[in-house]
Design a protein around this ligand. Structure first.
Ligand SMILES: *[C@@H]1O[C@H](CO)[C@@H](O)[C@H](O)[C@H]1NC(C)=O
Length: 169
């Protein structure tokens, strides 16, 4: 084991980086999760310019306690219904892992904010490196056909990181 060649180490580092998930700040920069100043659809204009893959993290940046993030159904998104979200966050720097392909919906939980355009819809895609074919956008409810593969990739990335760190020190 002590005879790891530099090439192997480089390979492991590249492998780890390539499977490492992206963190994407909603709106583009810190503090952007708020009522958009102009267009009421501006979060979706932003999300359409980016690509979101399974395993990526969305980062919602806002003032803790003054705003919030609710992950909701499509119906609740359209009606700005904050009654029973799937998940709710108020910590000010909310990281949400995109677990499966398909559409996801977020709204602000603060009264009146969603109605003023603080809402986000985006479609998560399967990473290109995955062995299974990507579902077409019209494939109805989001299922997770790649979760096994994703878990395996996760295990490999952890092993890769461990070996990389071991090789460094
Ligand atoms: C909001 O959602 C809750 C639970 O899903 C539902 O009972 C309620 O009727 C909805 N309110 C509106 C205004 O649609």
């Amino acid at each position: 084991m002590a005879s790891f060649s530099p090439l192997v180490i480089i390979f492991l580092c590249i492998f780890f980086l390539s499977v490492n998930a992206n963190e994407v700040t909603v709106g583009g920069k810190s503090g952007d999760w708020k009522i958009p100043p102009s267009s009421s659809d501006s979060f979706n204009e932003w999300s359409q310019k980016a690509r979101f893959k399974v395993g990526d993290f969305l980062v919602f940046s806002y003032e803790a306690g003054k705003d919030s993030v609710l992950q909701v159904t499509r119906e609740a998104y359209e009606k700005c219904n904050t009654t029973s979200p799937k998940a709710s966050y108020t910590d000010g720097n909310t990281k949400v892992k995109l677990e499966q392909p398909g559409p996801v919906y977020f709204i602000s939980g603060t009264k009146g904010h969603c109605q003023k355009g603080q809402k986000l819809r985006l479609v998560v895609v399967t990473p290109r490196s995955s062995l299974s074919p990507a579902p077409s956008p019209s494939d109805g409810p989001a299922v997770a056909p790649t979760s096994g593969a994703a878990k395996l990739t996760g295990v490999f990335s952890v092993v890769g990181l461990g070996l990389g760190l071991w090789a460094l020190f």
